[in-house]
Ligand binder design. Sequence first.
Ligand SMILES: Nc1ncnc2c1ncn2[C@@H]1O[C@H](COP(=O)(O)OP(=O)(O)OP(=O)(O)O)[C@@H](O)[C@H]1O
Ligand SMILES: [Mg+2]
Length: 504
Amino acid sequence: MSMKKIVNIENMYKSFFGVVALDGMNFSMEEGEIRCLVGENGCGKSTLIKIISGFYPFDEGKLEINEKEYKSINPAESIAEGIQVIYQDFSLFDNMTVAENILMYSTVAGKKMFINNTNIKKKAIDTLKRINVSIDPDAYVSTLSVSQKQLIAICRALAQDCKLLVMDEPTTALTTHEVERLLEIVKELKAQGVAVIFVSHKLEEVLEICDSITIMRSGRNVYDGKTTERILSKEEIIYYMTGKQFSDKVYEFKSEGDIPLLQVKNYTLDGAFEDISFQIEKGEILGITGILGCGRSELAEALFGVVPADSGNVLIDGKDIGIIKNIEQAIEHEIAYVPDDRLTKGLHLEQSIADNAVIRVLGEFASRFGTLDKKALSEQKTKSLSTLSVAGLVPDNPVRSLSGGNQQKICLIKWLSTNPHILILNCPTVGVDVGAKSEIHDIIRNLARENGTAVVVISDDVYEIMQLCNRVLIMKQGRIALEKNIADTTMEYLEAALAEEKTT
Ligand SMILES: Nc1ncnc2c1ncn2[C@@H]1O[C@H](COP(=O)(O)OP(=O)(O)OP(=O)(O)O)[C@@H](O)[C@H]1O
Ligand SMILES: [Mg+2]
């Protein structure tokens, strides 16, 4: 039996001012299918979605929706065909209630003159029930958590008679538990006949949820398959995405018996973390993990002086400097910190890629008279940008023109250029594809190995910690619950330790 095709794309091309985003892409979706779309940063996933939703026109190729060919399609036509996209910012109205948000478009589309509030509320409750969620329909959206907002965005899509729901990286801002709930909801939608395109860089969740998978590389599909016919391993997916194979080697660190570069003693910040003590030697990569809210980010920020600790001591190279009181003091001791909210706070989006990459070291190129040594600066730009490969990179283009993942790479480059003694990275690879992740890991490892940088990596990805670090701390409720050498532990053990309520 052949199922009806909701979307069928053949040989599609799309460029942005000379940058090729789609280069002969083929893609199709059947009714009630969950298809995962994966590929490295900048390979064209979001572009494909924006073409399907009528947001971008395409240059060449065939686009069929519900078996009808479109030479061009606008957002209203795409919605009328039952296609709904949930973008990362959800596009909800904070100052309206849950019920109003869920029903707003279906009310407007219906061109009703009068809005019946009781009716809206009843319909909103029905829609919330469809995905087994209990959120007060009268609550204002501003009071909801990120994951609740996402559920409201899903409900709003369902209220508009959605046949195909597209989610572009829906799990980036969710905790493990919330991800599980979202995956359950996606399965429930499938049971109700809704097809789902699911874009994600987290291959574990991709493999758990998909019926079929499309792997993209450089603007075209390089693998298409149903998981009922063949289950791909993570390594195979990575291979298709990048054309390369990655090894699973543990980072080896040999202590030279030096005084630890960084010692933290009884560090405490009321309400965030308590009595944290650890040390890290030159060239070590220490992972810190724990569920959201365990105090890991607060600890990182305290070590960089963003929000200083209340009590405790920090020793750098054996010298006791008390508490790190502010960012200036942290930078003076050559500590660098890459925050987890790089996308919103880390970059000057309108400035060029090259300027962003060197912004932290700009001062080194200024003369006493305040003039810039342009030649040396331009060499530094080339050097900084050569540390990572960024698809379609034009150094003079604004950072804004890069895909989300590539923007993150530029932010990392910016800090790596400062050659810090102590580098604290808060979730350095969230939203970054596996190829780029592996490149970022290589750079961090080289920095530790060659420069002797002491690196602290905060991550909720145990697999990442296993690959990158030589030692790990697990934090729970503001305290260190477990410390292990990576060589002496397994991923299963760490995951179980994380899941336990309390570790003894
Ligand atoms: N509006 C635009 N203007 C210029 N270039 C663009 C625009 N949108 C996308 N591109 C370019 O097209 C290519 C594909 O980008 P796209 O956003 O589709 O990638 P992606 O697969 O979604 O990546 P990510 O995983 O990082 O989100 C990239 O090289 C990107 O820089
Ligand atoms: Mg994208």
